[in-house]
Design a protein around this ligand. Sequence first.
Ligand SMILES: *Cc1c(COP(=O)(O)O)cnc(C)c1O
Length: 366
Amino acid sequence: MTDFPPLREELRGLAPYGAPQLDLPVQLNVNENPYGPSPACVADIATAVAEAAGSLNRYPDREFTELRTALAGYLSRDTPHGIAPEQVWAANGSNEVMLQLLQAFGGPGRTALSFAPTYSMYPEYARDTMTEWVTGHRESDFSLDLDKAHALVEEVRPSVVLLPSPNNPTGTALPPEAVAGLCEAVGDGGVLVVDEAYGEFRRSGTPSALELLPDHRNLVVSRTMSKAFALAGARLGYLAAAPEICDAIRVVRLPYHLSAVTQAVALAALRHAPELLGRVDDLRTERDATVAWLREQGHTVADSDANFALFGTFADRHAVWKGLVDRGVLIREVGPDGWLRVSIGTPAEMTAFKQALTAVTEEGLT
Ligand SMILES: *Cc1c(COP(=O)(O)O)cnc(C)c1O
């Protein structure tokens, strides 16, 4: 008997990726920005979309030149060397950016490498592009042991290394020496992708890997408008890398992959960058306060440069997660055994989280 539909063997029986979408009053599970855009920004986005609507009979600018220029301008604030438009690439969320990187640089007979705990989508990009997937391991404080990492790179000779920094789900940022050293170890036979989805939330004094671009032509720094820019619904991710890398990705992208509407929305949002990013400082302060509070309660908390905190450890983390759900608070059961991740919300949402966690802890579920 033949199974229907005739799915690839390795995809049979698999469930699509996604956090549980429960309709609870306090949503702290997918690291969204709790603050929506201001009325002025909403109006500007609406005007830009209306303008784009008038020419939707035409295909959009395939090279999204205006958007690349605007993104380059934005990124240039994070590096003294500046970023040129030909160093920028964008797609529908950084998830699509990374899939394209695997399509261009991975594939059969090639290997992608990351260090666990790491972002749970990476193995899916590898699977979907028939790239072999290998994971090394981070230390118990979630840092990277560079000697071990170098040895693994030597052994595996990866075509793509995926390193979230700040890391999801732990919040750990990599020091620039680690990124530079790994770029050297990987060499011209591979690309090293530093996924800075949470880059804007890093603590002061933590530099961006963007500063390293002039010295490492195999370095790719990925960013997204989903988190700091509060634009998860618009689906816009982007990267900065050597122009040769951007050119290579153009070979595998679908024609006109970025719609005229997406381009218009992203450009309008970038014009409001100072306002949209204004809330990032509030979230960083709230993050530090949440980490401190969790530690005062006796929990172990990973140092975080992101808009979430990973805390634990619980003998039965599912019971704690469920206890919070019963109190209207949704967080994420993710990371190594025993740990839970809470996204940073508004002060009112964090108060609700703290009250619910205190109640659950008092029930003795921990
Ligand atoms: C949220 C997140 C992204 C962003 O994905 P988008 O597709 O841009 O919404 C990328 N990488 C990591 C590690 C993330 O946590």
